[in-house]
Design a protein around this ligand. Structure first.
Ligand code: NAD
Ligand code: AHE
Ligand code: ZN
Length: 369
């Protein structure tokens, strides 16, 4: 079948709107009609050419919502007409990782997913007879996409897809990082570096956890207003200070914060986030994704004196088990999604979503088909 899609033919170039060929879903696969997709900074990161797993040509996009159109052989957990959110972190329930009860990092399809292909090693997308790669097991920048059955969460059909698509990545990652990875407790102090979709979701999560002080840090002060509505109590622009930002945060708090979150993908800021964590017990959670070849560093003394460095993928959330409930929470107002959707665009204008992100004007642009 034909599908309208935004294809990244080359790194660093705008996406091209084309008609792709999409092959039918094979065994264990599902054809999904995407109705809405967010644009996350990770899409821009991979498009930039900095992603070690980046492959071209590719259909990017991993923050979508849609409806099942058809299922391949042996698929039992979803049927045509079901409303779904594609998952870049699958949940098979069978692998060592799923069974461990310790992590959401299912490996059922991860190896082929990282190579831009379906589990049988081939692609379902092609253009002019040549294969086009899949991305993060989702490829939501195509109206019709094929994903593994284990990479789909079935959700309430009455949910607003323009909003709940953000549970496919950004909002879930931020909320989960607070709840599952950091386990923020009532009264804890929190510092959030980077106030995009991820950082603002961390702030929302911190408020839900009844954190005490929530320090919001960004070089773009235009982000502070929304951070305040989500519950941030203090606002810091590193550009207003002539000393290291970790020093500023430690001076503000006495000994540093209980939890810090890096939501940018900047290894220098990751160091600052670790070093503003409280002596003896503070922890820092890396959420941001850094480019090929980049590494983190700090003085080991920072860890010797009780700080912990952690990271999180998709906020530690198991998508098939937990996303349906998070969708219900969004529908009942327990999770706020509307403020994240600062812009909407038709597919034809998807490149504007990237421009708005790079200009610091948007939190999330949601693209509709
Ligand atoms: P975004 O571009 O919307 O937001 C980033 C924010 O960081 C912006 O507000 C920007 O002004 C701010 N910033 C940039 N440099 C800064 C600096 N030096 N100091 C302070 N603030 C600075 O991005 P996003 O969509 O919110 O994504 C954030 C990061 O999280 C990206 O690296 C993305 O790839 C990553 N991410 C990771 C996961 C995961 O599961 N680990 C999930 C989603 C996104
Ligand atoms: N491909 C990159 C790593 C990218 C990365 O870390 N992705 C995050 C999700 S970002 C969502 O916006 C993640 O979940 N990672 C775990 C995983 O299994 O991919 C690289 O460095 O190779
Ligand atoms: Zn993302």
């Amino acid at each position: 079948m034909k599908s309208r899609a935004a294809v990244a033919f080359e790194a660093g170039k705008p996406l091209s709107i084309v008609e792709l060929d999409v092959a039918p879903p094979q065994k264990g696969e599902v054809l999904v009609r995407i109705t809405h997709t967010g644009v996350c900074h990770t899409d821009a990161f991979t498009l930039s050419g900095d992603d070690p797993e980046g492959l071209f040509p590719v259909v990017l996009g991993h923050e979508g919502a849609g409806v099942v159109e058809a299922v391949g052989e042996g698929v039992t957990s979803v049927k045509p007409g079901d409303h779904v959110i594609p998952l870049y972190t699958a949940e098979c329930g069978q692998c060592l990782f799923c069974k461990s009860g310790k992590t959401n990092l299912c490996v059922a399809v991860r190896a082929t997913q990282g190579k831009g292909v379906m589990p049988d090693g081939t692609t379902r997308f092609s253009y002019n007879g040549k294969p086009v790669y899949h991305y993060m097991g989702c490829s939501t920048f195509s109206e019709y996409t094929v994903v593994a059955e284990v990479s789909l969460a079935r959700i309430n059909p009455n949910a607003n897809p323009e909003q709940v698509c953000l549970l496919g990545c950004g909002v879930t990652t931020g909320l989960g990082a607070v709840k599952n990875t950091a386990r923020v407790q009532e009264g804890d102090s929190v510092a959030v570096f980077g106030l995009g979709g991820i950082g603002l979701a961390v702030i929302q999560g911190a408020q839900m956890a009844k954190a005490g002080r929530i320090i919001a840090i960004d070089t773009n002060p235009a982000k502070f207003e929304l951070a305040k509505t989500f519950g941030a109590t203090d606002f810091v622009n590193p550009k207003d200070h002539d000393r290291p930002i970790q020093q500023v945060i430690v001076e503000m708090t006495g000994w540093g914060v209980d939890h810090s979150f890096e939501c940018i993908g900047n290894v220098g800021v990751m160091r600052a986030a670790l070093e503003c964590a409280h002596r003896g017990w503070g922890q820092s959670i890396i959420i941001g994704v850094a480019g090929a070849g980049q590494e983190i560093s700090t003085r080991p003394f920072q860890l010797v004196t009780g700080r912990t460095w952690k990271g999180t993928a998709f906020g530690g959330v198991k998508g098939r088990s937990e996303l349906p409930g998070m969708v219900e929470d969004a529908m009942s107002g327990k999770i706020q999604l509307a403020p994240f959707v600062t812009h909407t665009r038709p597919l034809t204008d998807i490149n504007e979503a990237f421009d708005l992100m790079h200009e610091g004007k948007s939190i999330r642009t949601v693209v509709r088909y």
